[in-house]
Design a protein around this ligand. Structure first.
Ligand code: DC
Length: 221
């Protein structure tokens, strides 16, 4: 049986992961998985149920008990959604309140173990483009297709501001990089791309070209 291909795209906040992961998924016919949205959904769930997001034990318990379902939807391209109680909180997970809570939630080892299991389950939907912070290092360390995107802080802040979001990216990256459980770092064998001076079309083309070269070297299975 043909082994599924997983393209892992990690990197700092606002480095272009989402835009490029979607473009690559669309171009190659892979299923797109936004793992940040999964952590955001848990943060939203905790806020909604008045669970203290800084209490790792309480968040771990909530994560063991919440009723979730992975669903693959076609919305321009195929993508995976994590539903909680049958609902995908698409807008709620992008609020400033959820953004502030999510790094706390994402730091817990129990949460990370649960997320890793769920994210690996996504293989049942087919070939993947999965974006996050620990996909190449922790979730799919065995994949041959790893990328790490970064850009200058000023450029990343400019991009977020253009999206109408004002957030302290440096503080968030520091928390994501310094936590004990699965911190943000460059995976062994990852191709690092500085997207500061690149358009999304150029970045996604560079990723696709690298995937083709690696496929030619390693074969599809
Ligand atoms: O990519 P994003 O901004 O939606 O991610 C939200 C938060 O979740 C961010 O602070 C980092 C965390 N995260 C993580 O720790 N591991 C992942 N694989 C994805 C996101």
């Amino acid at each position: 049986m043909k082994k599924s291909i997983v393209i892992a795209i990690d990197g700092t906040s606002a480095s272009g992961k989402s835009t490029n992961a979607k473009l690559v998924a669309q171009a190659l016919g892979h299923v797109y998985v936004d793992t940040g949205a999964m952590y955001r959904t848990l943060a939203w769930h905790c806020l909604r149920h008045r669970i203290d997001v800084t209490d790792a034990k309480a968040v771990g318990t909530a994560c063991r008990q919440w009723k979730t379902q992975l669903k693959c939807v076609a919305d321009g391209f195929r993508q995976v959604r994590l539903l909680v109680d049958g609902y995908y909180p698409e807008t709620e997970i992008r609020t400033a309140e959820t953004s502030a809570a999510v790094p706390h939630v994402a730091a817990g080892p129990q949460v990370r173990a649960w997320m890793k299991r769920k994210q690996r389950e996504c293989l049942r939907f087919g070939d993947l483009v999965m974006e996050g912070r620990d996909i190449g290092t922790n979730v799919f360390p065995e994949t041959d297709f790893k990328f790490y995107l970064d850009a200058h802080l000023a450029e990343r802040s400019r991009r977020r501001a253009a999206d109408g979001v004002n957030e302290n990216l440096a503080a968030r990256d520091q928390r994501d990089s310094q936590r004990a459980a699965a911190p943000l770092m460059v995976a062994l064998g990852a191709k690092v791309i500085d997207t500061s001076g690149l358009t999304a079309a150029q970045t996604s083309a560079a990723i696709i070209e690298e995937v083709r070269q690696r496929l030619a070297r390693t074969g599809p299975d």
